[in-house]
Design a protein around this ligand. Sequence first.
Ligand SMILES: [Ca+2]
Length: 512
Amino acid sequence: MAVGILSISLVLATGLLWYVGLRCRARATGQASEQPVGLSDRRQARLSIRMSKFALALALCSSVVVSAADTPNFIVIFVDDLGYADIGPFGSKLHRTPNLDKMAAEGRKLTSFYVTAPVCTPSRSSLMTGSYPRRVGLDESEKGQWVLFPGNQEGLNPDEITLAETLKAVGYKTACVGKWHLGDQLPFLPTRHGFDSYFGIPYSNDMGHDSRKQPYRYPPLPLLRGEEVIEEEPDQRLITKRYTEEALEFIEENKEGPFFLYLPHTMPHWPQYSSERFAGKSKNGAWGDSVEEIDWSTGQILAKLDELGIDDNTMVVFTSDNGGAVQHGASNAPLRGGKGTTWEGGHRVCFVVRWPGRVPAGTTTDEVAISVDILPTFAALAGASVPPDRVIDGKDIRTLLLDDQPEPSPHVAYYYYFMSHLNGVRSGRWKLHVARKGGRYPDYESNPVLELYDLETDIGEERNVAEKFPQVVERLQALAEVARRDLGDGKRAGKNQRPPGMVDMSVTLTSN
Ligand SMILES: [Ca+2]
């Protein structure tokens, strides 16, 4: 009853604030969303949507209509650079992953699950916002880099409504343990984006001293608790173990639920490390060792849920932030390419979901799903609302996760972007490559290509059938044009882009 009254009053308050927020925004920016996004526009837009974000937060609060007993806990294990075929359920014979084998046997595999970029930062921006990287301005950094580096001015815009904020608004406790990589300036840290707590190395583990020759390109690698650097150059051999301990502690403390635990592992991104129990034990060098330790970690988490009796009320997702780094030991078989490419091996990742009694055990679906879908799907399960004042790309895919006979994918098209460039589009069984990156950083540009592959009969993208199916090419080219108009392509601005967060002056978290 109390919740009901609270909801009604919040709805009324929200209506008023919502109106005020929209008025403020309209006054400050006019038709800002129709304009190309420049730096000064970015600052202006940032100011202008602050009010509407406040109203939104209240709007999300007001949707508390599902009682806590009905709402599941969520755990997302987001592994760094893990290959499609690096785990048993996706065909690895090299790595021993008994816990993931069991998880898949008790849950469902999605074999056409896509992230939105073949590298860290842009991919992570989509998981948090339900939007393509170009929509939220994190397709490439302000310096034209493919991910953010220590001390960049850019980060995830504080005005974005994240997955954590969406769930927090309906009473979830939230924690981020691991690699954030959406900006290292104060306004961009996890604790400013809806997470009650944070513990981890905030960006890639090669962006420190450990793996670089002198003179060092980056300051010492920081380990953060909350917003404080608690260690410099932490012993990376222990990082998976420490993340796991933090995760278990958070689960234990919040067993009454509901909670959202986001666990983006630092490993097996180069340079790989693992603790003594795993180091040198796999058949695939340091890569295999760290993958097997992540399997162990996942087993610890599942065992904890069982021990606490919250197994049936917790959805666990295990996936990767981008395709496997083959040069370091990953396998993306049978997919072509890997990390940093727009072949399937760069964008399609392994995905296992488990929720006993809700996700049908031991099943697989090949329907297309995208990392942007996590936000609206979790929101639907939690009784939360997706941000109504902006375009997001994600769809509610509860059917793909929970139904015995899932409905077809809600996505007419999936877009392969490399940094700012549209490189391809998938629709149904067909994938059209329209461009491919050339050169090396900092001169990445995409060169036009026209190649059509039938992913149903040619998952390895070996036979270009563009000449044989001109009408399919034409249909997919039209879909590519839809993306260019909406999200932009290269220097061409899209009409529905939002600015990234920017600070005027940046500092690094540690100094040499
Ligand atoms: Ca990555």
